[in-house]
Design a protein around this ligand. Structure first.
Ligand SMILES: Cc1cc2nc3c(=O)[nH]c(=O)nc-3n(C[C@H](O)[C@H](O)[C@H](O)COP(=O)(O)OP(=O)(O)OC[C@H]3O[C@@H](n4cnc5c(N)ncnc54)[C@H](O)[C@@H]3O)c2cc1C
Ligand SMILES: NC(=O)c1ccc[n+]([C@@H]2O[C@H](COP(=O)([O-])OP(=O)(O)OC[C@H]3O[C@@H](n4cnc5c(N)ncnc54)[C@H](O)[C@@H]3O)[C@@H](O)[C@H]2O)c1
Length: 464
């Protein structure tokens, strides 16, 4: 007899695990299938191992600066394999935590590749995590597609020589020279990691400034920090082909320049995992390579089938995937308990210096508001004795009429930690007056956000 569930979740990543757990805790009979790694991208090939590697890079800078504070530091070297094996042990521990969390919640676990037989039947077959698994079929009243996304490789000659972020976590040695293509989140974060650990890094991107979509002033400031971190930027350039040569690779750029390197790293976006799902068998519609479902609704065109997280290609962040899973599980099996503010989702890029942002950029805000801009740029106190270069930039975007703070942006040490706090203020629609009447915490960088009193500029709403 085929097993029958109230909810079947395909994909045990950030969104799927939360959805399964909350549904089970609300009394539903829940199963989940995972084909590759319990905990999904964030835990195995994303946020967590990335952040551990960012820490590794930051230690190098701290050791370099320590003598200015009196430390007698002997010459030090970084051992890549120690870092990778320590990171792998931590990821294995987290894998087990995810499995036990699901089991404790009473969720039935299937290891394998799941696909649709029809709108209420799923088949689970062998996968890389369970190559010898026999094929099983289960039925479910509700099915959630939480299959995440996968790195996109550019279709250029020699693309097969490039690595993507999945590979970067398991390189046997740290390449001495790395050429990163793309200056989105992953390009910037890994350029910082490799440069911080001692590699010579080239960063190739099509725009004049990195991190398209972020506040332009922040992007310009980040562009200034790249060379200070030992990263050679190639703005306004596109890759043409990759050539293998005796001592590495040549990355040919359109227009003629060539970068000699040991490793070409494509950080050129991600696309939803749809291929093996056999969505046609269930009649689930896709659009532009994704399943179009709203974050606070998750419905697809087929009743009883839902999509959450990266597979919808909306926010593509872990906390939003978790929120989407939680909202859906509560809606289907519990009491919809709380409101969620997707519009004020904070974002961070863990470069050194890290940058973080919440709410509207100046360019977004002037589409609908007259805005007042407050900025502050300064050398953080930690860098005074060391003389390390690279200023912190903080920025508030304020609605000139209501004085509501529409956006807060920062690049500098601890920016993600600081902006997470400010995200509450922005979500609560607090005004510049509320910021001004808040007493600072001294001496911190964060206090600048409540002491920016002089208007930097007024920008009228964009006509049309
Ligand atoms: C290098 C990197 C760094 C990142 N850093 C951050 C960060 O610092 N902060 C942040 O918020 N976000 C970060 N992200 C993004 C974050 O990891 C994703 O947004 C998040 O993991 C999405 O969760 P999800 O549940 O939608 O999908 P995933 O976590 O990708 O989970 C989907 C799961 O489904 C499984 N699966 C797919 N198809 C099937 C199938 N047919 N059958 C069974 N299982 C299947 C996959 O194996 C996977 O485990 C990063 C991503 C990357 C790549
Ligand atoms: N700190 C974080 O929260 C974090 C970290 C890493 C990843 N992520 C998530 O993962 C997603 C994927 O990250 P990503 O950096 O791969 O994607 P991205 O969309 O942020 O950046 C992709 C980059 O590739 C470039 N690119 C795309 N097509 C190209 C082409 N044909 N030629 C040259 N360049 C090209 C883009 O211009 C851009 O610079 C992010 O959007 C984000 O949602 C989040």
């Amino acid at each position: 007899m085929m097993q029958d569930f109230d909810l079947f979740v395909i994909g045990a990543g950030s969104g799927g695990v939360r959805c399964a757990r909350i549904a089970a805790q609300n009394g539903a009979r829940v199963a989940i299938a995972e084909r590759r790694h319990w905990g999904g991208t964030c835990v195995n090939l994303g946020c967590v191992p990335k952040k551990l590697m960012v820490y590794a890079a930051e230690y190098g800078r701290e050791i370099a600066d320590a003598p200015s504070y009196g430390w007698d530091v002997k010459p030090v070297a970084h051992d890549w394999s120690t870092l990778i094996s320590a990171k792998d042990r931590e990821i294995e521990r987290l894998n087990r935590v995810y499995v036990s969390m699901l089991e404790k919640a009473g969720v039935t676990l299937f290891t394998g590749d799941a696909s649709f037989v029809d709108a209420h039947t799923v088949e689970i077959g062998p996968s890389e995590l369970a190559p010898d698994a026999s094929v099983q079929r289960v039925r479910a009243k509700n099915i959630v597609i939480a299959t995440g996304s996968t790195p996109t490789r550019l279709n250029i000659p020699g693309a097969e020589y490039a690595i993507v972020s999945d590979d970067a976590f398991h390189l046997s040695d740290r390449p001495e020279r790395v050429a990163v293509i793309g200056s989105g989140y992953i390009g910037i974060e890994f350029a910082g990691i490799f440069a911080g650990l001692g590699s010579k890094v080239d960063l190739v991107f099509r725009q004049p400034h990195p991190l398209r979509g972020f506040d332009n002033e922040l992007r310009a400031h980040l562009a200034e920090l790249l060379p200070l971190n030992g990263i050679k930027a190639h703005p306004g350039r596109s890759p043409e082909r990759i050539e293998k040569v005796a001592d590495g690779y040549r990355l040919h750029l359109e227009g003629g320049d060539v970068i000699e390197t040991d490793c070409v790293f494509m950080a050129t976006g991600r696309h939803p995992n749809l291929a093996p799902l056999k969505l046609d068998n269930a009649g689930v519609a896709t659009w532009d390579g994704r399943i179009p479902a709203k974050p606070d609704d998750a419905t697809t065109n087929v009743p009883g089938i839902y999509a959450i997280g990266d597979v919808t290609d909306t926010y593509n962040l872990t906390p939003t995937a978790i929120a989407e899973g939680h909202i859906l599980a509560e809606r289907l099996f519990g009491e919809p308990g709380r409101e969620w503010s997707f519009a004020t989702t904070p974002k961070a890029v863990f470069f050194s210096q890290p940058l973080a942002t919440v709410g509207l950029s100046e360019e977004e805000a002037v589409q609908s508001h007259d805005v007042d801009i407050y900025t502050s740029s300064f050398t953080p106190m930690r860098q005074t004795l060391s003389g390390r270069k690279g200023k912190t930039l903080m920025k508030l975007v304020v609605d000139a009429q209501s004085k509501i703070v529409l956006g807060a942006h920062m690049i500098g040490p601890d920016a993600p930690e600081i902006i997470q706090g400010l995200a509450i203020a922005i979500t609560a629609k607090l005004t510049k007056r509320d910021f001004d009447r808040t007493i600072g915490l001294h001496p911190t960088s964060a206090e600048e956000f409540v002491t920016m009193r002089s208007l930097t500029r007024h920008v009228p709403r964009k006509a049309g």
